[in-house]
Ligand binder design. Structure first.
Ligand code: NAD
Ligand code: DAU
Length: 369
């Protein structure tokens, strides 16, 4: 999207009323915990469907603090439900949309929910923002709400060399990333056509505490703690640029406050590494052997590499704080100390998912030396 006027509005003030959709997930809950912990009067309503990936346990630290708890409202509901979304957007200064189906492997197995949330859900949020913009124009509210759409580096597709800039063509290659690209394009269309105030962020591979155990880093940490095999896809030389969750959440808040209307901002990580390098780092921290790693059949359409240019975000004044070496140590230590959290998630439907995703792969696996 092209640059617009610099941000200024109630969403940027202490005491803002934020609607955080998907705020019971990994990155969304970090954002909620962080913003409320500033104790600046900001009030947050979380709208979350509590899919398999969302948990109110992720907001427990807020509930445990009476002052923070008083400024958090939790609504269980779907961003694709206009009856739920309308009144919540009407009461908000800004909407930060984290809600999505977020796991690439699941989008290969069962894509429909990705489209319903990523396309229809975003459409419903946009229609609610459009209505509020009309109310602002009619003098029925002071300022229209700002929408921040949380997107991903995966919309650029696999980047063999160099790094993606915000104006590069979108070339998603999985149902997950195609749905995320569609959501972004809808946002842009409402900025251009209806003049709503929206910004988009494209974040890199994020890791840290509260990361759902289906993803590479937490899956391998929790499997290794139980001395289970670690299913490494293909040759394990795929490259990702790892971003600590506190840096991702902080950058999103920075863009919400200071981003220019209609603009898109890459949020790169702090370390481009092969999957093998990541696995070696987490095993080293755990003191577990590489012999746990198994080479398994690759992910279909597996993107080889992601890398983004971060100069636009840097010019806005944001810089990551957490180096990978420290971030992975903190993450491993958190999973070691929070066994109850991840064991609760690795129960119920977990075994059926694990068997479907990894059963045949592990049966046909080889050593990953
Ligand atoms: P997550 O899967 O941990 O959390 C998603 C949350 O959204 C869950 O709480 C879930 O219950 C909720 N949700 C799903 N569908 C919903 C619906 N229809 N209505 C309301 N709530 C719904 O995901 P995450 O890793 O925290 O990612 C958050 C956002 O950031 C996503 O939009 C994702 O595409 C994007 N992103 C993630 C990463 C990453 O590495 N994790 C990187 C870049 C961008
Ligand atoms: O790049 C941003 C994206 O990062 C986000 O938009 C997604 O929501 C998020 O899930 C993540 O996607 P990835 O597919 O890159 O992450 P994942 O943790 O699933 O996989 C990371 C790498 O590890 C990838 O190359 C696939 C590989 N992998 C993953 C799993 C789950 C394995 O080798 N084995 C596994 O079991």
């Amino acid at each position: 999207m092209s640059a617009g006027a610099a941000a200024a509005g109630p969403w940027a003030d202490p005491g803002a009323r934020l609607l955080v959709t998907g705020g019971a997930g990994f990155i969304g809950s970090w954002f909620v915990r962080d913003v409320l912990a500033r104790r600046d009067g900001t009030r947050i309503t979380v709208l979350d469907k509590l899919t398999y990936a969302g948990s109110e346990a992720n907001l427990a630290p807020v509930r445990a603090d009476p002052e923070l708890a008083a400024r958090l409202e939790f609504v269980r509901g779907d961003i694709a439900d206009r009856d739920v979304v309308g009144p919540l957007v009407a009461a908000a200064d800004a909407v930060v949309n984290f809600a999505a189906e977020s796991h690439v492997d699941r989008s290969i197995l069962d894509p429909e929910a990705f489209l319903v949330t990523g396309v229809i859900g975003v459409h419903v949020l946009l229609e609610a923002c459009r209505l509020e913009r009309d109310r602002a124009l009619a003098g029925e509210r002071a300022v229209a709400p700002r929408l921040l759409q949380v997107s991903t580096d995966e919309v650029y597709g696999s980047v063999e060399t160099g790094s993606s800039r915000e104006g590069d063509p979108l070339a998603p290659r999985s149902p997950y990333s195609a749905a995320k690209a569609a959501g972004e394009l809808l946002v842009r269309s409402y900025v251009v056509t209806h003049g709503i105030d929206a910004v988009v962020t494209r974040g890199s591979n994020t890791y840290g505490p509260y990361h759902h155990p289906e993803k590479l880093i937490p899956l391998f940490i929790t499997n290794a703690l139980d001395d289970l095999p670690l299913p490494l896809y293909g040759d394990g030389l795929q490259r990702r640029d790892w971003l600590y969750v506190a840096d991702h959440a902080g950058a999103i808040e920075h863009v919400l406050r200071f981003g220019a209307t209609g603009e898109t901002y890459n949020i790169p990580g702090s370390a481009e590494l092969t999957n093998r390098e990541v696995v070696a780092a987490l095993l080293g921290r755990l003191g577990k052997p590489w012999s746990l790693v198994r080479s398994v059949a690759d992910r279909p359409g597996h993107d080889r590499r992601y890398a983004m240019d971060g100069s636009r975000l840097a010019a806005l004044g944001w810089h990551n704080r957490m180096p990978f070496r420290e971030g992975i140590a903190a993450t491993v230590d958190w999973f070691v100390a929070n066994e109850g959290w991840w064991r609760a998630i690795r129960s119920g439907d977990w075994d059926a998912y694990y068997e479907r995703q990894y059963g045949a792969r592990l049966a046909g696996s080889t050593r990953a030396d």
